[in-house]
Design a protein around this ligand. Structure first.
Ligand SMILES: *Cc1c(COP(=O)(O)O)cnc(C)c1O
Length: 399
């Protein structure tokens, strides 16, 4: 690919136009074009929602071209994209995404949960894949606009929400092994019910280290598409052996569970509890639910008492290395009280047993699938997300 010289300086992206001005348009929400459908779909009843099956009437699309920059953003009827078969995304997997949700508050307004964190992470993921840069604040403005337009799709039931999937793909139409200077940023949305319907049991995990999800210097800390496709086969293997999800190890070290961050609650000798999750060493996806759970645990009980937890018990939050040997030792001593996964889809998923090297480590059983700490955190996080509790500007109203 030839480089264009601007004022004698090699520059692979900025290009002189015929009038002599160098101009690549930034991503600009104020240039939004609305192309609304006149045949709106029927919104399915909340109890019939299946995750990721139904999409709303509209989607947001913005194109990046290396000469002209970002196109006018467009909200248009949901439908297929037209993409050159030589596109980078098909050949080299240049794709990254976010997972976020809009919730309907008691005031009837749509809310996002810490969306600036999703935007910052999307920007980092795109940078990691050398995809074109963008102004993340502009994307958030466009998402708010899309959510407001599609507000009738947010199910008005506790535990229900509108799942939002911002995605960026590389569309450079050349099979040369090279960064993609063309891209499409799009946002689609799907109404969803609770990840676990009532009566759900704690999940069983198969801990494996013959396949790994992430490694030092790799992309595990970014939400890039190529982290996920290689997990499907090990996931099928776990299911064949009677486990629901994979616990990803790196040697002995625990990293994540499925596509969720991993937590344990351990009894301390002083009567308090340790809440432990692996530290962000580049192999762990920096989950927004993870960070929120750590912050809420640290605020108990001094700043805010978590629902159902005694004020006398402190939760000592730690980000540190966690191994299967640690887990087995705590379990043998009767100190391993809870294990759970965190992420936007399930919020908090209780873990019931972990198979490793032919033996199961079994967690104490609880009436619901969650132990008292997981349950308290689940209640508090969802109260904030669904607008019943205000906490540190985490809930952002769309209007
Ligand atoms: C998205 C994701 C998470 C959870 O992140 P949240 O911001 O809490 O939704 C955890 N692990 C992996 C691998 C993920 O892709």
């Amino acid at each position: 690919m030839s480089h264009v010289h601007v004022n004698g300086v090699a520059n692979g992206s900025a290009v002189s136009q015929t009038n002599g001005n160098v101009h690549r348009a930034p991503l600009d929400a104020s240039r939004l074009r609305l192309n609304l459908t006149d045949t709106r779909k029927t919104v399915p009843p909340p109890e019939e929602l299946v995750f990721g099956k139904t999409y709303t009437d509209h989607m947001l699309v913005v194109y990046h071209d290396p000469v002209t920059g970002w196109s006018d953003p467009e909200i248009k009827p949901y439908g297929p994209l037209c993409i050159d078969p030589a596109s980078s995304v098909f050949q080299y997997g240049t794709s990254c995404f976010e997972g976020m949700k809009a919730y309907l508050g008691p005031d009837g307004k749509a809310r996002l949960f810490r969306p600036e964190q999703n935007m910052a992470r999307l920007k980092r993921s795109a940078e990691r894949l050398a995809l074109p840069a963008f102004e993340e604040g502009e994307v958030l403005k466009l998402i708010k606009k899309l959510v407001t337009l599609e507000a009738r799709w947010i199910p008005a039931l506790k535990g229900h929400s509108l799942y939002i999937r911002p995605t960026i793909i590389g569309t450079r139409p050349s099979i040369g092994v090279h960064a993609s200077d063309h891209s499409i940023l799009f946002v689609i949305m799907s109404p969803t019910g609770p990840y676990f319907r009532t009566g759900a049991k704690a999940v069983s995990l198969l801990a494996i280290n013959d396949s790994v999800r992430s490694w030092p210097g790799g992309t595990g800390g970014n939400k890039v598409a190529t982290n996920y496709s290689p997990t499907f086969k090990p996931q099928e293997h776990a299911e064949k052996l009677g486990y629901q999800q994979v616990l990803w190890l790196l040697g002995e070290k625990i990293t994540e569970v499925g596509a969720m961050n991993f937590f344990v609650v351990v009894q301390r000798e002083d009567g308090d509890l340790d809440l432990i999750t692996p530290s962000l060493d580049g192999t762990i996806l920096p989950g927004i639910t993870r960070q929120s759970v750590l912050a809420l645990a640290a605020a108990h009980p001094s700043r805010s008492v978590l629902p159902g937890l005694p004020e006398t018990v402190r939760l000592h939050a730690h980000e540190r290395e966690l191994t299967m040997t640690d887990l087995k030792a705590w379990s043998a001593e009767g100190r391993l009280l809870e294990a759970f996964g965190t992420g936007t889809a399930a919020i908090i998923a209780g873990i019931g047993r972990i198979g490793f090297e032919g033996k199961d480590t079994v967690l104490p059983e609880h009436e619901s699938s969650l132990g008292p700490v997981a349950k308290a955190l689940f209640e508090r996080v969802t109260d904030i997300q669904e607008g019943r509790v205000e906490w540190e500007n985490w809930g952002i109203v769309c209007e």
